[in-house]
Ligand binder design. Structure first.
Ligand SMILES: Cc1cc2nc3c(=O)[nH]c(=O)nc-3n(C[C@H](O)[C@H](O)[C@H](O)COP(=O)(O)OP(=O)(O)OC[C@H]3O[C@@H](n4cnc5c(N)ncnc54)[C@H](O)[C@@H]3O)c2cc1C
Length: 454
């Protein structure tokens, strides 16, 4: 364990930087946190950044370890499944799990960030500098240059150690990449997103079922909606950036109107402002970030989205970032140097973040296409049935990721691949209901191929 308390610098006071500050302070280090934006505790939620997020077991576990969970618990809205909206207006609920605690929670990003910063700022030895933007790193001198935006003054701070939690567009990662200190890749998805709103109904209540994540899967595009505390929903439209039906092609009011009425007839009436919002709001970019290694000589390390941003289709980006903080904290407990801790953190964590990034991409196809397919629905029902029969051996991949923080992402990916093959074989051909499934074969295969978890 690193005995000597250090003065640690963190760039970025988003979810990752704020949680990390709390954990490092608890280890006895003093923390200087630099954030380019103004204090979110004093400002309204900015338009254009995702308004709400799905919080699941991994994120909750980290918040509990950091003793922040009780500060946010009251604001969590449970979602027990995906409510699929067909084109003809029909709906069906696909439960996320089968135990009462197997739900995910919609939480306001702004509220969560406020709670984390509240706790961080309360810790003696943590100082948060808002409106301070990291601008450059001088690796040969071990210094970072940070601009105090209020006074327009450049200050120089020692790195050794400096954690870069500056998000998907991380300047630190790009600098390290351009100097060939690390390899860094950013892969853009051909789809982007826009956030739209579903206001409360006339009585001030929820216009859609409040205990579900709503999905309108339409093949090459999709709409989702998560509830907010005030009775509204935030809807996110995922659509190609270019092409015949895309953000680029939909510019005229009549075309946008027709697009919504055709693709999402049941919710169109509940979104009175969707055409204006579609025209006014920016297109958000989606992509995957990959870097290797995440550290440079114990001087600095990337963490959170800065190291491994992913597409949002598994609702795990922030959950994964919170898990990073817990993992790094554990590495610090096992090493007597920052260099050793950073090296172990990257080596242990990267296979897991690669795995969840791959599963997040895979989930895009699942959400926009496969959820509407009867065979997929049968396989989902079968996987829950197999979990009931063999709870330690067969756990649906979605459940491993969302409800089992003790199962690493890479294990979820590997076991998920075996299970997926099995589900395809068991539901092949004419099998159309659970009664048609050969459960004797299922048992033989599960006992042979899937060792008990843990
Ligand atoms: C559409 C969408 C939906 C999502 N839904 C979910 C979900 O349901 N569940 C989930 O778990 N995850 C979700 N995510 C992912 C989640 O938003 C991210 O994983 C998470 O916000 C990453 O946290 P972070 O602190 O690492 O980075 P960020 O949240 O990006 O925070 C980085 C911080 O660093 C600051 N900063 C940046 N550059 C500088 C600089 N040069 N100097 C100083 N400060 C700087 C920024 O202002 C910001 O405050 C979603 C993402 C998107 C895009």
């Amino acid at each position: 364990m690193i005995e000597r308390p250090a003065a640690v610098r963190i760039i970025g006071a988003g979810p990752t930087g704020a949680l990390l500050a709390i954990l490092l302070q608890r280890r006895g280090h003093s923390v200087e946190l630099y954030e380019s934006r103004a204090d979110p505790r004093l400002t309204a939620a900015p338009i254009g950044r995702t308004i709400n997020l799905a919080l699941a077991d991994r994120g909750i576990h980290a918040l509990q370890l950091a003793r922040v969970f009780q500060d946010i618990e009251q604001s969590l809205l449970p979602m027990r499944g995906r409510l699929i909206h067909d084109r003809d207006g029909g709906t069906s609920l696909q439960p996320y799990g089968q135990r009462p605690n197997e739900v995910i929670y919609s939480v306001s990003r702004h509220r969560l960030n406020q709670a984390l910063l509240e706790v961080a700022a309360r810790q003696p030895g943590v100082t948060v500098h808002f409106e301070h933007r990291f601008e450059a790193a001088e690796f040969d001198l071990g210094k970072a240059l940070i601009r105090d935006l209020r006074r327009d003054r450049l200050i120089s701070v020692p790195m050794q150690p400096l954690l870069a939690a500056d998000g998907a567009g991380s300047l630190m990662r790009r600098r390290m990449g351009s100097l060939n200190l690390i390899e860094s890749h950013e892969t853009d998805l051909e789809h982007g997103y826009k956030e739209l709103s579903v206001p409360p109904d006339a009585a001030g209540g929820y216009a859609l079922a409040a205990d579900a994540l709503h999905i309108w899967p339409r093949g090459n595009h999709m709409l989702i909606a998560l509830p907010n505390e005030d009775g509204s929903f935030t809807a996110t439209l995922f659509l190609a950036k270019q092409g015949p039906v895309s953000f680029a092609s939909l510019t005229q009011t009549a075309d946008i109107e027709q697009f919504f009425s055709r693709s999402f007839p049941d919710v169109r009436a509940l979104m009175p402002d969707c055409v204006a919002e579609f025209k006014d709001r920016p297109v958000g970019f989606l992509g995957t970030v990959s870097a290797r290694p995440w550290t440079y000589e114990g001087m600095t390390a990337l963490i959170g989205d800065a190291a491994h941003a992913m597409v949002p289709f598994h609702g795990q980006g922030m959950n994964c970032c919170f898990e990073d903080c817990v993992e790094l904290d554990a590495c610090l407990g096992r090493h007597d140097s920052w260099e050793g801790a950073f090296a172990e953190f990257g080596a242990l964590r990267k296979p897991d973040t690669d795995a969840i990034a791959a599963m997040a991409l895979d989930n895009y196809l699942e959400m926009r296409e496969r959820v509407a397919d009867p065979k997929f629905r049968l396989q989902q029902a079968l996987s829950l049935e197999l979990e009931r029969r063999y709870p330690r051996r067969f756990i649906p991949r979605y459940s491993m990721v969302m409800f089992h923080h003790e199962i690493p992402y890479r294990t979820a990916l590997d076991r998920g691949a075996v299970q997926s093959r099995l589900l395809s074989e068991l539901t092949a051909g004419r099998v159309s209901t659970l009664e048609d499934v050969d459960f004797e074969r299922a048992e033989r295969e599960i006992l042979a191929q899937l060792a008990p978890v843990g």
